[in-house]
Design a protein around this ligand. Structure first.
Ligand SMILES: [Zn+2]
Length: 469
């Protein structure tokens, strides 16, 4: 979808094409592109001449003679193409303007989300879609009104900026860019954004949008302004669409989450979540200290949940055990899952492991979602051994990874019944902690003494508590 810089580029490309051109005729090839009566639309604009084009947010405002105004929003795929009269229309032409210089302008829209509204110089600013837009960052010098409007608002800052009514001009791409540049977590509740941070947001929005406009828009996906102009802002994009890549500032791996349904990329270290609540996941290899830190959170009075415990309880449930019996074609002797029978079956039928995981992960996900939704705790902490494999990482704004070397793991595990070093190698090769530990907000190493590990855990908890204001 074109964003503000792309629309500005379209405007700049279109001005020399349409300025001073008289409209001899208009063809409406798709009725729904026009809001209002198409006959009135044609009658009003036929014979008029384009004076200029301006832009409000992502709306193009065509100013014509006799105080007439045409508002155009490109939405997903709208584009303008200029052709000679003897050339064919573009493939998805919806409205065609025929000019007095033997040229025509096609409004092309493969997905038909774009709209055109006929208005007048007196009224266009009051049109429903335009009147609700907030000011553009370029017009903001004092951020007090942003602070005031966000007071008590829990809406994540990313959703608030996308809404356009507070401030207009940042779409999905540039919101991610601006929040990264401002070091603000996209899920930060709006009320927790400080005056200083609002100043950063506005300042970075100005800089990033200006650079993008100078480079002619970002031309991501299918967007092309005019015939020959291609923007090259794409090379300047630092974070949007780059989840899994490394942050040049801190060398963390960018994470991907959904915020209000929109795909969002952020740096787990540079952009730490502030405000209530914090949804924290703890993950790490077996015996790396996950339970120790979960316990420490619990002792401080925060709500905690262990996914291992959730699974243990699920396995005691009659419906669950019956479902697993049917799923894997086995039978337990009791109305609960017999772990020995299950383990034996999975060793003999390794392919069934995926089937079982898919079913169990679904049930655990429901429990975790319910926990995060109903807990009143300021920090909610969930221990998830397979955080990345199960894609549960999407549910958390903050991730703690406990890190441990294999020899330390073995020394801790050797007291457990019948544990063999070969078992550990299999277990470790099955999890994806090593590939993902750079996605951690906090990486706590558990390779020295117990006291030192406890101290590191306390430090991290204190830091998170300081993020609650
Ligand atoms: Zn970073």
């Amino acid at each position: 979808m074109p964003e503000l810089p792309e629309v500005e580029t379209v405007k700049n490309v279109l001005i020399p094409i349409v300025k001073g051109r008289k409209i001899l005729d208009i063809e409406i090839k798709r009725r729904t592109t026009i809001q209002g009566d198409p006959v009135v639309f044609i009658d009003s604009l036929k014979g008029e001449t384009f004076n200029d084009i301006s832009r409000i947010g992502k709306f193009l405002i065509f100013h014509l003679t006799n105080e007439k105004v045409l508002i155009s929003h490109l939405r997903m795929e709208g584009k303008y193409y200029e052709f000679d009269e003897d050339e064919p229309d573009s493939k998805y032409a919806r409205v065609v303007f025929h000019f007095d210089n033997n040229k025509k302008l096609c409004y092309d829209d493969s997905r038909c989300f774009g709209i055109m509204i006929l208005s007048s110089e007196k009224e266009y600013r009051q049109e429903k879609e335009i009147s609700k837009l907030g000011p553009e960052p370029f017009a903001i010098n004092d951020v007090s009104f942003l602070l005031k409007a966000s007071k008590g608002k829990k809406l994540p800052i990313k959703s608030n900026l996308l809404d356009q009514s507070l401030m207009t001009g940042l779409g999905n791409i540039y919101v991610d860019e601006v929040l990264y540049a401002s070091k603000i977590h996209p899920l930060t509740p709006s009320y927790a954004v400080t005056k200083k941070e609002w100043e950063l947001i506005v300042k970075n929005a100005k800089t990033i949008l200006t650079t993008a406009i100078e480079l002619g828009g970002s031309t991501i996906k299918s967007y092309h302004p005019g015939k020959d102009i291609d923007g090259n802002f794409q090379t300047r994009i630092k974070i949007y669409g780059k989840s899994g890549e490394e942050c040049p500032e801190c060398h963390s791996t960018y994470r991907f989450i959904k915020v209000g349904g929109r795909g969002t990329t952020f740096c787990p270290k540079c952009q730490q979540k502030h405000g209530i609540p914090l949804n924290v996941a703890i993950t790490g290899k077996i015996a790396s200290g996950k339970s120790t830190i979960l316990e420490a959170f619990k002792n401080k009075g925060f709500d905690v949940l262990s996914c291992d415990e959730v699974v243990k309880n699920l396995y005691l449930n009659k419906d669950v055990s019956e479902h697993i019996e049917k799923l894997l074609g086995i039978s337990f002797n009791d109305a609960k899952v017999d772990k020995d029978i299950l383990r034996k079956h999975l060793i003999e039928n390794p392919k069934d492991k995926k089937k079982l995981e898919k079913y169990v992960h679904g049930l655990v996900r429901e429990e975790v979602e319910k926990f995060l939704l109903t807990s009143n705790s300021k920090i909610r902490v969930v221990e998830v051994p397979l955080l990345f494999e199960s894609k549960f990482d999407m549910m958390f704004d903050t991730i703690i990874v406990t890190d441990i070397k294999e020899e330390k793991q073995l020394s801790l595990l050797k007291n457990r019944d019948g544990f063999k070093s070969d078992d550990l190698r299999v277990i470790n090769s099955n999890n994806q902690i090593d590939q993902n530990k750079n996605k951690a907000t906090y990486l706590i190493s558990n390779n020295s003494s117990k006291e030192e590990f406890n101290k590191k855990c306390e430090d991290v908890i204190s830091k998170l508590i300081s993020h609650l204001d």
